[in-house]
Ligand binder design. Structure first.
Ligand code: GDP
Length: 267
């Protein structure tokens, strides 16, 4: 890639074959980088839920947010990346669906990143009041959350971007353009598409995302299937590389407390 060229990568998935293979296929060897990235993702564990960003931990750990319409395949993608059956379904338990659910990654005693699973959106039945609350929570989080360094947006590959997906992108657009926040769009359920349909879905997404591309932005698009494990290794490597590129964690130590003020004998 040319230096300084705007980056808008797309990783095409393997073509989907619907016929049975005539002989057992041997799975291709996994690249060491993918294995390492998946090992890291497997450490993900539920940490806490928050209804507003003020309730999230304030620190310097880099954070990656997962966003998407309800039913886009967000939970399946998170579970597949983390190789855990139930991890993101914790976010679907009653009372937690409208919350930001935070996961920690890395060694148990020294987490090195957070994943934030943001509330799914787009339920037709949701009333206006709830939609406004959703808008406020998402806008606050995406515009303000300092630790946010990457967004993974799940878009159903058969439907493409919805108006709410675009609205959500608008909340974070400025930070994506400056490169402060990286963006990966996973075109989910790609197993349901033929190869040419997948190519068209990627082209359509590229068109939408063209608005956000600058010399500084880091934007990727990839077909993804939790069911067939398409695009999983590439997505894992991307997230791992994002975190590796984050500025080193700064530990703040409190300065020693000043000695108690001595009484002024002259007073
Ligand atoms: P969420 O609401 O965005 O968290 O979506 P879920 O992960 O719960 O998935 C919504 C529906 O899509 C469920 O019925 C899943 O079984 C289905 N689904 C998720 N990922 C895939 C996939 O890769 N391929 C197919 N065919 N279906 C999927």
């Amino acid at each position: 890639m040319e230096q300084n060229a705007p980056i808008l990568q797309s990783t095409m998935a393997e073509p989907t074959h619907h016929r049975k293979p005539s002989s057992p296929r041997i799975a291709p060897a996994q690249a060491p980088a993918a294995r390492e990235a998946l090992g890291w993702l497997h450490t993900a564990r539920f940490l806490t839920s928050a209804s507003r960003i003020e309730q999230l931990p304030q620190g310097d750990l880099p954070e990656i947010a997962f966003v998407g319409r309800s039913n886009a395949g967000k939970s399946s993608a998170i579970n597949t990346l983390a190789q855990q059956r139930q991890l993101a379904f914790a976010s679907k338990t009653p009372g937690r669906t409208q919350l930001i659910n935070l996961f920690a990654l890395g060694p148990r005693d020294a987490a090195d990143a957070y994943f934030a699973d943001l509330p799914g959106y787009g339920y037709a039945a949701v009333d206006r009041g709830k939609k406004l609350v959703w808008q406020q929570v998402m806008a606050d989080y995406l515009e303000v959350r300092r630790a946010l360094m990457g967004v993974v947006l799940m878009v159903d590959s058969r439907h493409g971007f919805t108006p709410l997906d675009r609205q959500l992108l608008d909340f974070v657009a400025q930070r994506v353009r400056t490169g402060e926040v990286k963006l990966l769009v996973l075109l989910t359920k790609a197993d349901k598409l033929t190869k040419s349909e997948a190519q068209r879905a990627v082209a359509a997404a590229q068109e939408v995302l063209g608005d956000f591309v600058t010399d500084d932005s880091d934007i990727g698009i990839a077909p993804f299937s939790a069911m067939r494990r398409l695009g999983v290794d590439d997505a894992a490597e991307t997230l791992r590389a994002w975190i590796a590129s984050a500025p080193a964690r700064v530990e703040f130590e409190l300065p020693p407390a000043p000695p108690p003020a001595e009484e002024d004998p002259a007073a």
